[in-house]
Write a protein that binds this ligand. Structure first.
Ligand code: SF4
Ligand code: SF4
Ligand code: FES
Length: 321
């Protein structure tokens, strides 16, 4: 059967610019054929100027990541016919949140800079390198070791779209690979650095990175592990940790979120003043109870029970040999 591939191309006009346009190709496809195979066919048989990256053709090297029908995927791991039957189209574009250099090839330099930011190698201290690694220790970092650096997670990341300075999920999954390693000697230093601006607390937990990772690395899970380790180790003098603490306190105190007091505690007094007009607008639209008289919910006893059981569970966990 013949399928039309609509490919977003782009030709560099200046050193830093790439003018995008769409070009259609009709490709004869057969069962089991992948998107990468179709691109190779186009390049071999009709248009050798089409640029895309590939290497292993087996979902191992990560180089063929691109946007297929709106979602970040590996071209070599996406079969055409089921995809076409599901979506009714075959639109191929470069990865999102990355600048196209030529056609489907994007600039990966910012991606590697982010990886560098998390010191992507073990830094043992003293005897820590000799720590025995049990199966459980290995399991704790197993998923993060599966990363093939394809960039699909960063491409789908909402926080990165808003702020390109965000360290982003691929680097955070890599960071857990070392923070979670029992032989690592610099975990506390790493956690402090990750808690700085544009670090792990910028994630808005949209789950896209986990949903679109072709290797099931689940970066959001690793971000949660990093955050929770940082809180346990007392790395709390930052906006993200303060926000979590104020949220927990608010639920414990009144059974729900007291946004006004949370804002003051998270941002500090001076920065919170800038939020007052926004608070007034929320108040006027009935979106927030009056902050001074913030009523408790009726079933506070149930909230207390939840916290008590949670704390008892944590105590039991800590006492385990
Ligand atoms: S969960 Fe966080 S890191 Fe993952 S894609 Fe969403 S904002 Fe980005
Ligand atoms: S975490 Fe997954 S999606 Fe992100 S770069 Fe690694 S393999 Fe690709
Ligand atoms: S070509 Fe290597 S992952 Fe697709």
């Amino acid at each position: 059967m013949k399928i039309r591939f609509r490919i977003r191309r782009c030709s560099p006009v200046e050193k830093s610019e790439c003018e995008p346009y769409f070009q259609d190709y009709d490709v004869e496809v057969s069962g089991g054929m992948t998107v990468l195979e179709a691109l190779l066919k186009i390049s071999d048989e009709s248009d050798p100027t089409l640029v895309f990256r590939k290497s292993c053709r087996s979902a191992i090297c990560g180089s063929c990541a691109m946007t297929i029908n709106g979602f970040s995927r590996l071209a070599c791991a996406t079969q055409i016919i089921p995809e076409y039957e599901k979506m009714g189209a075959m639109v191929i574009e470069p990865l999102k949140n990355h600048s196209p250099q030529k056609d489907l090839a994007v600039d990966f330099a910012p991606f590697w800079k982010k990886i560098e930011r998390v010191t992507p190698y073990l830094t043992p201290a003293g005897e820590s390198i000799k720590a025995p690694v049990t199966k459980d220790d290995e399991a704790a970092i197993d998923a993060s070791q599966r990363c093939i650096m394809c960039g699909c997670c960063n491409s789908e990341c909402n926080a990165l779209e808003i702020d390109p300075r965000f360290v982003a999920p691929a680097a955070l999954a890599k960071a857990w690979r070392f923070v979670g390693d029992v032989r690592e000697g610099g975990a506390a230093k790493r956690l402090a650095r990750l808690s700085e601006e544009h670090g792990m607390w910028d994630c808005v937990r949209c789950v896209h990175c986990t949903e679109f990772c072709p290797k099931h690395v689940a970066p959001l899970k690793e971000i949660e592990l990093l955050r929770s380790r940082a809180m346990k180790e007392g790395v709390t003098d930052n906006r993200g940790a303060r926000h979590v603490e104020s949220m927990v306190d608010s639920v414990k105190r009144v059974g729900r979120l007291d946004e006004a007091s949370m804002t003051f505690r998270t941002l500090g007094f001076l920065r919170s003043l800038g939020m007052i007009p926004f608070g007034i607008r929320m108040e006027m639209h009935g979106k927030m109870p009056f902050p001074i008289i913030f009523p408790k919910i009726e079933k506070m006893e149930e909230i207390k029970t939840i916290f008590r059981e949670m704390e008892e569970g944590e105590e039991k966990e800590e006492k385990k040999p």
